[in-house]
Design a protein around this ligand. Structure first.
Ligand code: THU
Length: 135
């Protein structure tokens, strides 16, 4: 699957948004090694802080279906932005933990502009998985 095709999947995922408060839909698509594409959309709540971004919806869905980081090939994200959408800080932290460090990330918009990047660019000097040592 090309990055353009994965971006089209993210645009399809965006149609599943529940964003009556911001009216800003975000779609994400994860390509898995077995060829499966997993969609995520932002899901909001009247208690605004409980809203979940499209990127995290896709990653949480993948893990909920039994996938793990080593199963992930690439991630595409899209929104109605002039420039390719820029993921929020919370999503960057979650991507850092749940995807391999070298996963291609395609930031995009509805016009089809694509900015390829990766988690090292999006979240330099990251806080990584901690080892839970017994005291
Ligand atoms: N949002 C995402 O889903 N992903 C991003 O990368 C940026 C923001 C959502 C959160 C909220 O539902 C809406 O976009 C407006 O902030």
């Amino acid at each position: 699957m090309t990055k353009e095709q994965l971006v089209q999947e993210a645009i399809k995922a965006r149609q599943k948004t529940y964003s009556p408060y911001s009216n800003f839909g975000v779609g994400a698509a994860l390509l898995m090694k077995d060829g499966t594409v997993i969609h995520g959309a932002n899901i909001e709540n009247a208690s605004y802080g409980l809203s979940n971004c499209g990127e995290r919806s896709a990653l949480f869905s993948a893990y909920s279906q039994g996938y793990h980081k080593e199963d992930i090939v690439a991630l595409a994200v899209t929104g109605g932005t002039d420039q390719p959408i820029s993921p929020c800080g919370a999503c960057r932290q979650v991507m850092n933990e749940l995807m391999p460090k070298n996963t291609p990330i395609y930031l995009s918009n509805l016009k089809g502009d694509i900015k390829p990047t990766n988690i090292k660019e999006l979240l330099p000097y990251s806080f990584d998985e901690v080892e839970h040592n017994e005291e």
